[in-house]
Design a protein. Sequence first.
Length: 123
Amino acid sequence: MPSGDSQHAKGQPGITQAALFGLCPRCGAKGLWAGLGAFAKRCRSCGLEFERHEPRGRGMYLVILPITVLLVLAALKLDDLVQLPVWALIGLWGALVPTVVTIALRCAKATVLLARLEKEGLL
């Protein structure tokens, strides 16, 4: 066995694939996400329960707050540099903010899911 690699983890999707493409961390089938930022109840292929491991409460604020601050600072800096019309700013930030927040939440939730599954030995 190569140093540090386990045969069990080989070929399984990582955090990026789980977050962006909705792949099950155990079998690699699609269906991790039921909504933009909510886990499905379970994997349709292997039956792994996702909903039980979903982070709840205020923990995700630690992800959202820094992202929000960075987006506000980026908006202020862009306004200083380019001074776009208001309609362009509304269109730009109206599309960019939900996209960035959704991707950040998905990455954070996928990280928590993989850590919890690894801790329980379900992977």
